[in-house]
Design a protein around this ligand. Structure first.
Ligand SMILES: *Cc1c(COP(=O)(O)O)cnc(C)c1O
Length: 395
C-alpha cells in the first residue's frame, strides 16, 4: 500500500464536533435518565411502541434474535443476503444460531426473490434479514408478502439507514423489528451504538425483560468511549486521515468476522452526544444527498438504482468492469486520497471461520459483487474538487 501524505478522504464519515463530546460528558453527570429520554424520542419519531438503545448494531441484532428464539424455541437459523456486512454473521454466531444465505439479484444489492422462496420452506428458519446496504433500500414489503402465512419474522437491517426514507416511509420500521447502528461510518455516529425498534408487543415485551438483565458501560468503558470520541473527531478529518490510515495496527477500513463483542445498554455519554439528533441527521443527510446528486450528474450509475427517486445513500455503490479494473481504481484512489473503497472483501460463504456451515454452496452474484463493486464517498467532507477527481478516474 502506497503511503499518501496529504488530503485523504475516509470512505465514510459522520463527523461530530467537540460540542457533541462536551454534551456527552455533561450527560454523564446527569445519569442514565437521558438514555430513556433518547429512547422515548426515537419511539415517537419512528412511531413504534418499543425502542431499546444498546452498544452496537451487532448487539441489537443478537438481542432481537434471542428474543425471537424465545418465542419460537424450535427455530434457530437466520437467513441473510450472501453479500452483506460481516457484523451480521458475527451477531448470528454470537447469538448461537446458524447462518443461511440467499444470493442476490444481479445488478442490485437485494435478495434474489426467486431463490428466496425455497429457503422459506426450511422449518428451522427463525427470521430473514433484508438489508439496506449503503442505504440502498431493500424491498422489505416483498419479503413480507412472501413470508405472509408462515411463522417467520422479518428483521430489517437498517444499520446503514438511520433517518433514511423511501416511498414516504421511514426505513427501520418496515419489518417486525429493525436495527440501526451508530458506529463509525454509519449515517449518524456516537463512536458506537445500536438501536432496536419494534411495534410488535410480543417481541417488545420479551426484549424489555431481557434488557433488564443487561449491564451498562462501566466508568472505565465510558472513559474509553470519551477518549475514542476525542481521537476520532480529530483523526477523521481529511487533513489528518492519511496518518491513522497509514498506521497498520489501527486496521482502519478492514472488515473482520468477530463474534466476540460486548452487549451493553447505551451509556449516558452516548445519549448526550446524540443531543439534537434529528437536526444533526438531517444535516448529514442533506450533505450526502447533494454529493450523491453531483455524482449521478457526472453520469455514474449507482448499483441497484432504478429510474426515479434517489435514496439516502451513505456510500455510492458502483459496479466496475472486472476485478482488474477495480484493483487499478483502488490503487489510483489510494494514491490520490480519494476515499474510493472496497465493499466487503468476500461473500459471506467465503468467511473462513464459518465456511463449513454452507456445505460448499456457491453464491455467484454475491461473489461477483465482492469482486467488482467499489463505493464512492459521499460524506460531508467530500467537496466538488474530490468529486471531479473521482469522476475523472472513471473516464
Ligand atoms: C455496521 C453494520 C452492522 C452492525 O453494526 P455495528 O454497530 O457496527 O455493530 C450490521 N449490519 C450492517 C449492514 C452494517 O453495515
Amino acid at each position: 500500500m502506497a503511503l499518501h501524505i496529504g488530503r485523504t478522504l475516509p470512505p465514510a464519515a459522520s463527523p461530530f464536533r467537540l460540542k457533541d463530546i462536551l454534551s456527552g460528558v455533561a450527560a454523564c453527570f446527569e445519569g442514565t435518565g437521558i438514555v430513556g429520554r433518547f429512547e422515548d424520542e426515537l419511539k415517537s419519531f419512528f412511531n413504534v411502541r418499543h425502542c431499546f438503545a444498546v452498544s452496537s448494531g451487532k448487539a441489537a441484532l443478537v438481542l432481537i434474535l434471542q428474543a425471537l428464539h424465545e418465542i419460537h424455541p424450535e427455530r434457530d437459523e437466520v437467513l441473510i443476503p450472501a453479500y452483506t456486512c460481516y457484523s451480521v454473521p458475527s451477531a448470528i454466531v454470537r447469538a448461537g444460531f446458524k447462518v443461511r444465505l440467499c444470493d442476490m439479484t444481479p445488478g442490485t444489492l437485494d435478495f434474489d426473490f426467486d431463490r428466496i422462496v425455497s429457503e422459506f420452506e426450511n422449518p428451522a428458519l427463525l427470521c430473514v434479514i433484508p438489508t439496506h446496504l449503503f442505504g440502498m433500500p431493500s424491498d422489505v414489503e416483498r419479503v413480507k408478502s412472501l413470508v405472509q402465512d408462515r411463522d417467520l419474522y422479518v428483521v430489517e437491517d437498517a444499520a446503514q439507514a438511520m433517518g433514511a426514507e423511501w416511498d414516504g416511509r421511514k426505513l427501520g420500521t418496515l419489518g417486525d423489528a429493525g436495527i440501526f447502528s451508530m458506529g463509525r461510518g454509519k449515517p449518524f455516529s456516537m463512536v458506537e451504538g445500536g438501536i432496536i425498534l419494534t411495534d410488535n408487543d410480543m417481541i417488545g415485551g420479551v426484549l424489555g425483560k431481557r434488557m433488564a438483565a443487561i449491564k451498562g458501560y462501566g466508568g472505565f468503558d465510558s472513559l474509553k468511549l470519551i477518549l475514542t470520541a476525542v481521537a476520532l473527531s480529530v483523526l477523521i478529518s481529511p487533513r489528518i486521515y492519511w496518518l491513522p490510515k497509514s498506521l497498520p495496527f489501527l486496521k482502519l477500513g478492514e472488515t473482520h468476522f468477530d463474534p466476540v463483542f460486548p452487549i451493553r445498554r447505551l451509556s449516558a455519554f452516548q445519549a448526550g452526544m446524540a443531543h439534537a439528533w434529528k437536526t444533526k441527521i438531517n444535516k448529514l443527510k442533506a450533505a450526502r444527498s447533494a454529493n450523491v446528486h453531483k455524482i449521478t450528474g457526472y453520469g455514474l450509475q449507482a448499483l441497484g438504482l432504478g429510474k426515479g427517486a434517489i435514496p439516502d445513500l451513505i456510500r455510492f455503490p458502483v459496479l466496475v468492469k472486472d476485478q482488474e479494473t477495480k484493483k487499478e481504481l483502488l490503487r489510483k484512489s489510494e494514491r490520490a486520497g480519494l476515499g474510493i473503497s472496497d465493499g466487503y472483501p468476500d461473500a459471506i460463504n467465503g468467511i473462513n471461520e464459518i465456511r463449513r456451515q454452507f456445505d460448499g454452496r456457491v453464491f455467484p452474484v454475491a461473489q461477483d459483487l465482492a469482486e467488482r463493486m467499489v463505493t464512492l464517498p459521499v460524506h460531508p467532507y467530500v467537496n466538488e474538487n474530490d468529486l471531479q477527481n473521482i469522476a475523472k478516474l472513471f473516464n
